[in-house]
Design a protein around this ligand. Structure first.
Ligand code: PLP
Length: 409
């Protein structure tokens, strides 16, 4: 039995995994062209419009509106879909804060639903039990790049007359039964922030197939203007949420490179899924044949402490890291346990806001289990490695399982 690197043994690997971001001459040339053109914003430049069209088409959607972040995209999509202040919006408890903070920002109330153990996406029974007379929308999150059950979400939304705003911040190219996410509901939102598989430092886009939502998302993102109005005519509420031409220049190059990167990530994700079943104490998420394409933003697997001498998840991560494998515990708290929700500190300078909801009474057991005990993440740059890099991950897990007694203390 090999001594764990955590206890002074030789590490499985010392070489780093691929760095992120990946860029080349294309990004540099596109950026230089924008600088030389003197057209640095989307009001007179053409690249943002070009990217909006290309990305919408790529996601099987009719309309796209670029904005300055995924969070802004979610807020403006909710507004454009007609969600009103005081309305309730159902959001999974296992997601990034932005899924819920976008709801708060527009004056609505996030109500949390649990996730399914097999997919880590929204649990529809839990979502249905969260519906009230004030619920006007549901926000499925395609967590890790894996589409949520959009058949179930659509049926639930039709039954309760809810709007569907997809949080596809991690799901570029993901497909549910052959159709790409983003415009499967009323609107969908993507992020281009630095850690994302398509990256411009920051940025986001809203997609929709609906003419009315398209008109409103453009207006909300552009100072309430109308496409056929005058420059200083403002018809609706709206600030400046526009993205720059610099970001679009980078995004066009990133999109060109995306398919080949995706194929590498997909092969590695499938390989890890297949091999992980043969190891003790860890398992991949469940297969679902309705997912025809996973965006492979994160590789998620589940940890079972019983097979590791009862060692908590954090200790296993430490041991993996010592072996040269960078795993993350992921979201460490369900959103309803974040101090900002417990204290309802949504006002200026952290002032408590009077909301008719008590986040302290929420309990979503699968979310709690994922946060505290089970969920382990590998980030998308790890999935850009070679097959032998994936083998190192499997070897390290196996080594730790075989020497689990060394994890104690
Ligand atoms: C699930 C999810 N939703 C929303 C966002 C917000 O995107 P951004 O960081 O671009 O505002 C992110 C990004 O971090 C995310 O992972």
């Amino acid at each position: 039995m090999a001594t764990l690197a955590l206890r002074g043994g030789a590490a499985v690997r010392t070489a780093p995994f691929p760095a992120w971001p990946v860029w080349g001459e294309e990004e540099i040339e596109n950026l230089a062209a924008v600088i030389r053109s003197g057209k640095w914003g989307p009001l007179n430049g053409q690249r943002t419009a070009e990217f909006e069209q290309r990305f919408a088409k790529y996601q099987h959607a009719r309309y796209g509106q670029c904005v300055n972040s995924g969070t802004t995209a979610l807020r403006l999509a909710l507004m454009a879909a007609g969600v009103d202040s005081g309305d309730e919006v159902i959001v999974p408890a296992y997601t990034f804060i932005a899924s819920a903070s976008a709801v708060i920002e527009m004056g609505a109330i996030p109500v949390f639903a649990d996730i399914e153990a097999g997919s880590y996406n929204i649990d529809l029974a839990s979502a249905e039990s969260a519906v009230s007379s004030r619920t006007s929308a549901i926000m499925p999150v395609h967590f890790a790049g894996r589409p949520a059950d959009m058949d179930g979400v659509t049926a639930l939304a039709e039954k309760h007359r809810l709007r569907v705003v997809e949080d596809a911040a991690q799901a570029w190219g993901a497909e549910w039964r052959g159709k790409r996410v983003g415009a499967l509901g009323d609107a969908g939102c993507f992020s281009f922030q630095s850690s994302k598989n398509i990256n411009a430092g920051e940025g986001g886009i809203i997609l929709t197939n609906d003419d009315g939502i398209a008109k409103m998302m453009r207006s909300h993102a552009n100072c309430g203007r109308s496409e056929d109005g005058e420059w200083y005519e403002h018809f609706y509420f709206g600030g400046n949420a526009r993205m720059t031409e610099f970001q679009s220049a980078v995004l066009l190059a990133q999109l060109d490179r995306y398919e080949s990167q995706w194929a590498r990530r997909r092969d590695n994700l499938s390989y890890l899924n297949e091999k992980l079943w043969t190891l003790t104490g860890v398992e991949p998420l469940a297969d679902d044949s309705r997912i025809t394409r996973h965006a492979c933003h994160l590789y998620i697997f589940r940890y079972n402490a019983d097979s590791f001498a009862g060692a908590p998840k954090g200790k296993f991560i430490e041991a993996l890291s010592a072996e040269g494998i960078p795993a993350s515990p992921g979201y460490t708290l369900p959103l309803y346990r974040q101090p900002v929700f417990l204290n309802k500190a949504f006002g200026p300078r952290g002032k408590t806001v009077d909301l008719p909801i008590d986040y302290g009474t929420f309990s979503c057991p699968e979310t709690e289990r994922a946060c505290r005990e089970q969920a382990l993440w590998l980030t998308q740059n790890v999935l850009l490695g070679e097959r032998r890099d994936m083998d190192d991950i499997l070897t390290a897990i196996d080594k730790i399982a075989n020497s689990a007694h060394e994890l104690a203390g």
